[in-house]
Ligand binder design. Structure first.
Ligand SMILES: O=C(O)CCC(=O)C(=O)O
Ligand SMILES: [Fe+2]
Length: 242
């Protein structure tokens, strides 16, 4: 296979032996008006992350449900699963109500939840949405996780495994201005310059990204298709259902 046609997937390994400080090293991105993102590139070591990747890839009961987007029914362009504590109200998104599996069915997820809580003192999560992107055709379109059951300022912790993919955040158009920024592809805009209303992150194997404050109210996010990618990425988003 020529280098030009080599499947593209960058997986930058975190050093196998880091601990403590490196793991919690974080960068804060102030999005303005009370919206904020924290990124921890080395939340988990490479070996721990591969262990979890393999476990999740083989043990999670992945499904690819029909969802409704702009009134049309379509197959969700990625695999999914939902885990939640008992007694919480049901999650419904895009007209789909996932079955809530319990934490006890997946002990490695209980363990990971503990690590997430430790890395984010004062936080509490009781539900988890899992996504598996089998290759570059799998994606999540622009959306915000602003379902009522998360309250007005949800904190969402997103842990990524496997193939690196780009994660975009785009400011919602303000009601006043005639915003035409949605016309140009986000990737082009992000590359062009320092558009403060568009941010991109390459979510690394073993990384954690946290969205908090008004990020769900004022911004949308997405993981777009990437034609050349043909490796699997798994993403877990921890949330608190109020
Ligand atoms: O895969 C990701 O990084 C994002 C997933 C996401 O936005 C979601 O599950 O709501
Ligand atoms: Fe989301």
């Amino acid at each position: 296979m020529s280098p030009r046609h080599k499947p593209l997937c960058i997986i930058q390994e975190n050093p196998p032996d880091f601990e403590g400080d490196a793991a919690t090293k974080q960068t804060r991105f102030d999005l303005g008006n009370g919206s904020e993102v924290i990124y921890m590139p080395r939340f988990l070591s490479s070996s721990k992350s591969w262990q979890l990747f393999n476990y999740l890839d083989t043990h999670i009961p992945w499904t690819r449900p029909n969802i409704r987007v702009f009134g049309r029914s379509c197959v969700q362009p990625r695999d999914t699963c939902y885990v939640a504590s008992k007694g919480l109200p049901d999650l419904v998104y895009s007209g789909y109500q996932p079955h809530a599996y319990s934490w006890e069915e997946f002990p490695p997820l209980e363990e990971l939840l503990e690590l997430v809580h430790k890395a984010l003192p004062g936080s509490r999560f009781n539900s988890l949405l899992l996504n598996r992107y089998k290759g570059g055709n799998d994606y999540v379109g622009w959306h915000s996780d602003d379902e009522k059951l998360y309250g007005s300022t949800p904190k969402i912790a997103s842990v990524s495994f496997g193939c690196e993919r780009e994660f975009f955040l785009k400011k919602k158009p303000s009601k006043k201005s005639q915003d035409r920024s949605g016309v140009e592809p986000a990737s082009k805009r992000a590359r062009k310059s320092s558009d403060p209303d568009l941010r991109s992150f390459v979510l690394k194997h073993g990384s954690m990204l946290v969205m908090r404050g008004y990020t769900q109210r004022d911004w949308v996010h997405s993981v777009p298709k990437r034609a050349k990618v043909d490796a699997v990425r798994i993403n877990l988003t921890f949330r608190l259902v109020l």
